[in-house]
Design a protein. Structure first.
Length: 186
């Protein structure tokens, strides 16, 4: 009940306070990393409600299994994401028949980022994660997610000429959350 009340307050504050950290975790916040990306969402249902509030879509959230997650993102991405995912679901929103609503284990966000950095260094992957990230959660799509105030997670070096909008240090040193220029920081 307390989390629902906190979520409702956070959602109201986000609508009023554009460009600042609207809410933080009940367990405390450093003001950096995922906590600076808006309201903390801890369940796929909360993520679905947030997407529905922002877009008017995603009204039917379907909980999914980790086996379905592997099929959804493919074996390589599943290997890199799955150990850090608490739960996930899908809904229909915008151009996505199945938009992935992924909730991370908050205490393992830095571990996820370190694992991604290691995969980049070893050549297992050649680019950054392809989800749009919020506070403790991510959406699987890429098209238009910056309009929701979501950020890309970048663990590759920022090069001269890279167009970055709003940036926030990520949990792991060497990674940042970056929003495309023109995105709406919340």
């Amino acid at each position: 009940m307390r989390h629902g009340l906190m979520f409702g307050r956070c959602a109201a504050l986000v609508a009023l306070l554009v460009g600042s950290v609207a809410c933080s975790s009940a367990t405390g916040s450093t003001g950096l990393a995922a906590n600076a990306l808006g309201p903390p969402l801890a369940t796929s249902s909360e993520v679905g409600e947030w997407v529905q509030e922002k877009t008017g879509q995603c009204d039917e959230v379907v909980p999914r299994t980790m086996e379905e997650f592997s099929e959804f993102v493919g074996p390589l991405r599943a290997k890199l994401y799955a150990p850090y995912v608490a739960e996930w679901a899908t809904c229909e929103a915008g151009p996505y028949e199945r938009l992935g609503l992924v909730v991370f284990q908050r205490e393992k966000l830095a571990d996820f980022q370190h694992a991604w950095q290691a995969a980049l260094t070893s050549g297992e992957v050649s680019d950054n994660p392809d989800f749009g990230f919020g506070n403790g959660f991510a959406l699987s799509g890429t098209l238009g997610l910056e309009l929701l105030g979501l950020h890309d997670l970048r663990c590759t070096p920022v090069l001269p000429g890279d167009q970055l909008g709003h940036t926030v240090p990520a949990e792991a040193q060497g990674c940042i959350y970056a929003q495309k220029p023109g995105g709406h920081h919340h």
